[in-house]
Design a protein around this ligand. Structure first.
Ligand SMILES: [Zn+2]
Length: 98
């Protein structure tokens, strides 16, 4: 859990005393726990404001072409961010095979 009075490294999430300025491991400026929590809440709010799964009739924009296992990995990533995605076979998918 984040303590608002301690400092945290935004990169490795290490916890430091309030008087420490830089992360010993990463060398980047530490954030106060309260700032970390604000940033976290902002990220959550952004995530929850997304619509999630693609609904029928919605516009679909192709973002990547590649091997299926690669696409599956991207799909998982998008899903964890609550972004709807769809994997389609090249050449229109459903029109020929189903
Ligand atoms: Zn660090």
């Amino acid at each position: 859990m984040i303590d608002p009075d301690l400092k945290y490294c935004p990169k490795c999430k290490d916890e430091y005393r309030a008087e420490i300025e830089l992360c010993a491991a990463c060398g980047i400026v530490l954030l106060l726990g309260s700032d970390m929590m604000a940033a976290q809440n902002q990220t959550d709010a952004m995530k929850n404001s997304r619509k999630g799964a693609i609904l029928p009739g919605e516009d679909i924009i192709p973002i990547h072409k590649g091997a299926l296992n690669e696409l599956k990995a991207i799909e998982k990533e998008l899903e964890s961010e609550n972004i709807g995605s769809l994997i389609n076979k090249e050449g229109g998918g459903c029109s020929s095979s189903c």
